[in-house]
Design a protein around this ligand. Structure first.
Ligand code: HEM
Length: 476
């Protein structure tokens, strides 16, 4: 019998579930303090989550899906089978493709990502010719930017600039997560009907897939297997015959991958830009100098090695992940057989076990002065207190690099199901941020908050969608 956070009694239960829609984070903090770091139940609109403390990170990290299972949980939480059809029985587009092929191909994708970022940033900011600056709603602008830059890697040009397709893709990605949560409120037999009704009202993925299919078809026709230039080219290596002869089927996989990729990266990029806009000028100057030095060290070319030497930006991104997690609870797994935890707690079959980032990321024993956002926290750890990163080998002390996993840092999840797209995400986010930093000064619009309150829905959090940032062309 685990304790439950929130109010007692049946009415209290309903109240807690309703509160969890907008304040899961507050409930987790409350549960953490009230139950002294012991496991507790978080009731939510998507069922009950057993929130485990730091001593159980290893339970999830070491699990091999035989008892503590991730794929079944993801199907439950994100409802891909209802929304995307049968992509679950052979999920070839999210397995080795991302884990191995994509990560190995990142070097050759850098020039494409860089070129697209250079073209797309002025387009999405759209500063009028007569003006020097513009205030834009940041998150929405970053979603459009990330959609285009990610798709340069995903399907190449000109598809990545097809506004109609990008708009549909962004809207599919925006709807999918909240809609998956809503589908969880309905019994299994009715989910398809609910999804169909919603699709009629809000537009389904089908239009997005239709717009994307010609671009995917052209990759099937012209991609060079030994010299892949897009992620779709890599996908062709794994696609079964029926997907190669029907580009529509393959396009569904690309839309699904885009969904995993665009919003997560946009959330990170937006938080990072808000933090960069708040930094004192001296710290910003250090980050800019670090980027310049890294590119100079590669003969003035911004290649993968140079991006790997953006040590201060890497540190800032890692701190963004520590400070602003994407979720109040997660990663989560479903328990397939009754399990007894080391402390004697019995976890029944079918339960959902999860980890909460806050207790880990704000643990003062691991992160001194945890409430302070310190952009150079990880750079200092990585470089023994020195900030002169460019003299170091990028491979040095990778434990504190942005994409490294640890039991004290769960932004990308844990164990064998930790995010396989994080190296691609880190690369494109760093390239975009470096381009922005080198070409624009950032500030908050006069009279608007410089600490916009994040927006939460169920267990997920994102930057405030109405918060704006001013981009002013730099005079360099
Ligand atoms: C900053 C950006 C990103 C963040 C913060 C992020 C975060 C996460 C998290 C927390 C998980 C769950 C891990 C777990 O359950 O232990 C995950 C899984 C996953 N992510 Fe990401 N992600 C990001 C970008 C991407 C990108 C760009 C891609 C694709 C190119 C991607 C593809 C995936 C896939 C396929 C999984 C499922 C892995 C599995 O279940 O084995 N992610 N991500």
């Amino acid at each position: 019998k685990l304790p439950r956070v929130g109010r007692a009694g049946p009415i209290g239960y309903v109240w807690t579930v309703l509160r969890s829609v907008l304040d899961s984070d507050g409930l987790v903090t409350e549960g953490w303090e009230r139950f002294d770091g012991k496991p507790f139940i978080l009731p939510s609109m998507t069922g009950e989550w057993i929130v485990l403390g730091p001593e159980f990170v290893d339970l999830l990290r070491k699990s091999d899906d035989s008892v503590i299972n991730a794929p079944k949980r993801n199907v439950e939480l994100f409802q891909p089978a209802i929304m995307f059809g049968d992509i679950v029985s052979n999920p070839y587009h999210v397995g080795a493709l991302i884990r191995s092929d994509l990560t190995k191909s990142l070097r050759s994708l850098v020039p494409e990502i860089l070129e697209e970022a250079q073209l797309a940033i002025p387009d999405v900011l759209n500063i009028p010719g007569t003006e020097e600056s513009i205030a834009v709603p940041l998150f929405d602008t970053m979603v459009r930017l990330l959609a285009r830059v990610s798709n340069r890697a995903m399907i190449g040009a000109p598809g990545c600039r097809d506004e109609q397709f990008l708009q549909r893709q962004v809207s599919v990605a925006a709807q999918a997560i909240p809609m998956a949560q809503v589908l969880n409120w309905f019994p299994q037999f009715s989910k398809r009907a609910v999804w169909k009704l919603f699709s009629v009202l809000a537009g389904s993925k089908d239009e997005c897939v239709r717009l994307l299919t010609p671009y995917v078809q052209s990759r099937i026709d012209y991609a060079q297997q030994d010299n892949p230039s897009t992620i779709t080219d890599l996908l062709l290596r794994y696609a079964p015959e029926e997907d190669l002869t029907d580009a529509r089927r393959l396009a569904i996989r690309v839309v699904h991958l885009n969904m995993a990729s665009i919003h997560t990266s946009s959330i990170f990029t937006s938080h990072a830009l808000f933090e960069l806009a708040r930094l004192p000028p001296a710290q910003l100057a250090l980050i800019r100098a670090d980027i310049e030095q890294a590119i100079d060290s590669e003969g003035g070319v911004c290649n993968k090695v140079a991006v790997g030497k953006f040590f201060l930006l890497d540190s800032l991104l890692k701190e963004v992940g520590r400070y602003h997690s994407l979720f109040a609870v997660g990663p989560s797994r479903v328990v397939l057989h009754e399990t007894i935890l080391a402390n004697g707690t019995i976890i029944p079959r079918g339960s959902v076990v999860s980890l909460a980032p806050k207790p880990l990321h704000f643990n003062p024993k691991v992160y001194p002065d945890p409430m302070t956002f310190d952009p150079f926290r990880f750079a200092k750890l990585r470089h023994e207190g020195k900030l002169d990163g460019a003299k170091l080998d990028p491979a040095s002390d990778v434990r504190n690099a942005f994409t490294s996993l640890s039991n004290d840092y769960i932004v990308f999840g844990v164990g064998m199901h930790a995010c396989p797209g994080r190296f691609f995400a880190a690369l494109k986010i760093k390239i975009i941020l470096a381009e922005i930093l080198m070409n624009y000064d950032l500030s908050f619009p006069a009279g608007e908050s410089n600490t916009p309150k994040p927006f939460a829905f169920n267990v997920f959090t994102m930057p405030n969608p109405s918060a704006r940032l001013v981009f002013r062309k730099r005079k360099v």
